[in-house]
Structures are given as structure tokens and as C-alpha cells.
Ligand binder design. Structure first.
Ligand code: H79
Length: 441
């Protein structure tokens, strides 16, 4: 039971807006899935295990004692917190969310309620979250934690069923015990020691975990740190992988969590799409199915155009290295964001939407007359927009080119912005072109 009697579920809209302000402006973050599953790296008994790497314990039905051996071997001597944070920052990301504990139950910090953690259990012996949270503070990146409610290692949270055993009696009572005496103390440690800006829950679908417990968990974490931001998987409101809330109740959570997809449209509920660059969250040796940099930028811009955030995942290997393919993509995105980032940060979905097909997305800069049209097709000679009418005398620019462009508007054909070859040459090779357009709404 929370110590304070404040009911955070009834926060005023103004207070909520104030608490969410930095997150809404940030728009782009790094997700990090890292843990003992990086050791098998997606392979068991010499064979690739299908599906995501961080689920290998469940998918290959590895007994607990055997899985523990991976944790015993986890020794990421190449891990460099400053470098990871600098990598996120250079990519244009404003926050990161790392797995303090995934479903396998292994902890990346020195937890007081278990020895199943990087400090007590693994040869590495150093606190990963301490190093990362400090590096984030130093480099001005907001630090967040992913913490799984479901735990395949704890005896009171489905360790029996998930490790191939048989379900036991009294699961509700045991799960309640796990919540009170294990999960909550862990959250207290995490909030007090690492001061996270975000808590990102997952694994909330277990049937023993109730809506009431979800609300209490939300309240508990907000009581520990009132300004913290918590996703909707803290409660039972999530509707499928699309990740938004079911309509019919008072579910806790500050934002919706579409997984592996960008929302189809806008939403009254804040949201963040989380996505992988290949087909796994945790590192897998055999997964080489990488999305292109342009594709990832499309997702980011698409999310911003619909008023959402983009949380892009990396899965470092067991030594502590970020895969080369991920680094290349982060580098491409960072280069694009240095020129075009103003079309993403601090923007919102334009009220009118504008809507100009699959290759063009619009964002609007909050409290300004500027909107941005991002196009993924090279705008040869003339860039045309049917549904946007700038006021006479408005300035239109192409980001990366220093002079304003000439334009013309006709009632029948719409807006035509002239883009001479010399302009495109100066902008150079790019996955997307951003037009900054002055409009009065
Ligand atoms: O941490 C990564 C994955 O390991 C984790 N979430 C991301 C961020 C993940 N766990 N499970 N899944 C992804 C897929 C599981 C989906 C299901 Fe369900 C859970 C199917 C049924 C229960 C989600 C909740 C869809 C329906 C209810």
C-alpha cells in the first residue's frame, strides 16, 4: 500500500501535460534488450531457436538450472556505458529504456532481493544500470527502465509452468506474494538508486495479475517518484499488439505501446511505437533480416506525423558490443536527424493532417506557424502538394539548403515548390527530404 494518500489516477489534465512535456517533445528513444539471453544468442543445442532471442528460455523449454548457466557465463567486458549513451545521442535519440529485468528474471543491477543479478551471479560483477544511468545523466539523455512483471525464474511467478514444469496450486496467492515481496521492492531499489524518468512494464498479461494490482502498481511507482512516466502495460488495459487501451475502463498507464507497428492514425492517448531493426529484441547470431535506414526513418517520421514517439531497439551481444548493422543504421539516422531533426522534435500531428499519400508525411511545430513535409521520394524539379495552402509571402525551405525556395499556388493544381538540380545537389544523398513551410492555421 502506498505511503501517500494521493490518488494519481485522478491527476488533473494540466498536471499530466506538464509531466509528459519532455517525453512528447523527445519523440525518439533507444530501447535496449540485454541480459543472459545474449549468451546463447538464439541458439540451443547447436540449432537456431525460432522467434525472438530474449524468449529462448520459454521457446526452447530450457530448464531453470540450465538457463542459469548462461547467467553464470555472462561477462560483457567490452561494455562501455559512455559509448552506448553517445551512440544513442549521436543517432538523435533523447532517451533510452533498458531491460532492468526481462521475462527470464535475470537482473542487470545489484538487487537486494535476489542474487540472480549481474553483480552477484555473473563473473562481470559490476552494476550495468549504475554505469548507464550515470552516463545518461552526464550526456543529457533521459534514462528509463523496462521491467517485466512476468518472471520465469521466481518460484511464485510461473517459474513452474514456464520452465516446462507443471502448474501448481494457489497461483493467485503466490503471485500476490511475488508482487509484494519481490517486484515492488525491486522497483523501489530501481527508482531510488537510478532515478529513472520512465518505467516501461511488460509481461502484464499473466492471468494471475489483476487490473486492481495494475492500478496499485502504477500508484506505487508514482508515489516513489511522482514525475515518472509509466507505460500502459503496468495494467491490464492493453489491446493486443497494437498496444492501445481497451475502451471500457479506468486503466492505469500514461501512454499506449504499439509493438512492431506504427499506429494507423492519431490517438487521444499518448503512444510510443517500439520496434526492432531486425526480427529480434535480444541479440541473435542468426538474425540478419535488417530493415533499411530509410525504412527506420520512415517509421520515426510516420510516428511523429501521427503524434507518437518511436522507441528503436538494439540488442547488444554477450560481450557488450552493439551489432555493427545496428551501428550503421543509427549512424545513418543520426546524420539525417542533424539536418532534419527539427521536423521531429517538439512537433505534433497537424490538425488538418494534410494527407498526401504514402511517401509524404506532415508534422507541425508546436506553437509556431511552421509545418514540415517530409518526402521519401527525390523531389525532382518540382515538389507538389495538393492539400496545403501557404499564405502569400510565406517562406518555404528545403532543410540542408540555405536559401528559401520559390513556390506557386494554383487552386486547381495546388502548391508547386521549385527544386532546381543545384538545390538537390547541395542537399546531397539523403533517405528523405524535408520542406519547412510557413502556414497560418
Ligand atoms: O520485450 C519485447 C518482447 O520480448 C516482448 N515485448 C517486447 C517489447 C514480448 N513479449 N511477448 N511478446 C512480445 C509477444 C507476446 C504476445 C502475447 Fe499477448 C502475449 C500474446 C498473448 C499474450 C499481447 C498481449 C497480445 C495479446 C495480449
Amino acid at each position: 500500500v502506498p505511503e501517500k494518500s494521493v490518488n494519481y489516477l485522478e491527476e488533473s489534465e494540466e498536471d499530466f501535460d506538464e509531466r509528459m512535456a519532455w517525453w512528447r517533445d523527445a519523440r525518439f528513444g533507444m530501447f535496449i534488450h540485454w541480459g543472459a539471453y545474449a549468451v546463447p544468442a538464439g541458439r540451443y543445442q547447436g540449432k537456431e531457436v525460432a522467434s525472438v532471442g530474449e524468449w529462448i528460455m520459454q521457446n526452447a523449454k530450457i530448464p531453470i538450472e540450465e538457463y542459469e548457466e548462461y547467467a553464470r557465463k555472462f561477462n560483457p567486458t567490452s561494455f562501455d556505458a559512455e559509448k552506448w549513451v553517445a551512440t544513442a545521442k549521436d543517432a538523435g535519440m533523447k532517451y533510452m529504456v533498458i531491460t532492468s529485468k526481462h521475462h527470464d528474471g535475470f537482473c542487470l543491477w545489484d538487487s537486494e532481493v535476489t542474487d540472480y543479478d549481474i553483480v552477484d551471479y555473473s563473473p562481470y560483477g559490476k552494476d550495468i544500470l549504475k554505469a548507464l544511468s550515470e552516463a545518461c545523466k552526464k550526456q543529457g539523455i533521459k534514462f528509463g527502465l523496462y521491467h517485466s512483471i512476468m518472471d520465469w525464474h521466481h518460484p511464485d511467478s510461473h517459474a513452474d509452468t514456464y520452465a516446462g514444469g507443471t502448474p501448481s496450486e494457489n497461483n493467485e496467492a503466490r503471485f500476490a506474494n511475488y508482487l509484494e515481496n519481490y517486484l515492488k521492492p525491486q522497483l523501489k531499489e530501481l527508482v531510488e538508486n537510478y532515478d529513472p524518468a520512465i518505467l516501461w512494464f511488460d509481461g502484464e498479461w499473466e492471468k494471475e495479475f489483476t487490473h486492481r494490482q495494475g492500478q496499485e502498481l502504477y500508484q506505487y511507482v508514482r508515489t516513489l517518484k511522482p514525475e515518472i512516466i509509466i507505460n500502459n502495460r503496468v495494467d491490464k488495459g492493453r489491446k493486443g499488439m497494437q498496444g492501445m487501451n481497451k475502451e471500457d475502463s479506468d486503466y492505469a498507464g500514461d501512454f499506449g505501446t504499439p509493438e512492431q507497428e506504427v499506429l494507423a492514425g492519431t490517438s487521444a492517448l499518448d503512444w510510443e511505437s517500439c520496434m526492432t531493426m531486425n526480427d529480434t529484441w535480444g541479440y541473435k547470431t542468426d538474425d540478419k533480416n535488417w530493415k533499411s535506414s530509410q525504412n527506420l526513418i520512415r517509421h520515426l517520421v510516420d510516428a511523429a506525423a501521427k503524434g507518437g514517439n518511436y522507441l528503436l531497439n538494439i540488442g547488444p551481444d554477450a560481450a557488450g558490443n552493439i551489432p555493427e548493422a545496428s551501428l550503421e543504421r543509427l549512424d545513418d539516422i543520426g546524420r539525417w536527424m542533424k539536418v532534419n531533426g527539427e521536423a521531429v522534435y517538439g512537433t505534433e500531428s497537424p490538425e488538418s493532417g494534410f494527407e498526401e499519400g504514402d511517401d509524404i508525411r506532415f508534422t507541425a511545430k508546436k506553437s509556431t506557424p511552421f509545418c514540415y513535409a517530409v518526402t521519401f521520394k527525390r523531389p525532382e524539379n518540382t515538389f507538389r502538394l495538393k492539400n496545403l495552402k501557404p499564405e502569400a509571402g510565406s517562406e518555404i525551405r528545403l532543410l540542408g539548403y540555405e536559401q528559401p525556395l520559390t513556390w506557386d499556388y494554383q487552386e486547381d493544381s495546388g502548391l508547386a515548390i521549385s527544386v532546381p538540380a543545384t538545390v538537390l545537389e547541395q542537399v546531397g544523398e539523403t533517405p528523405a527530404w524535408t520542406f519547412k513551410i510557413e502556414t497560418r492555421k
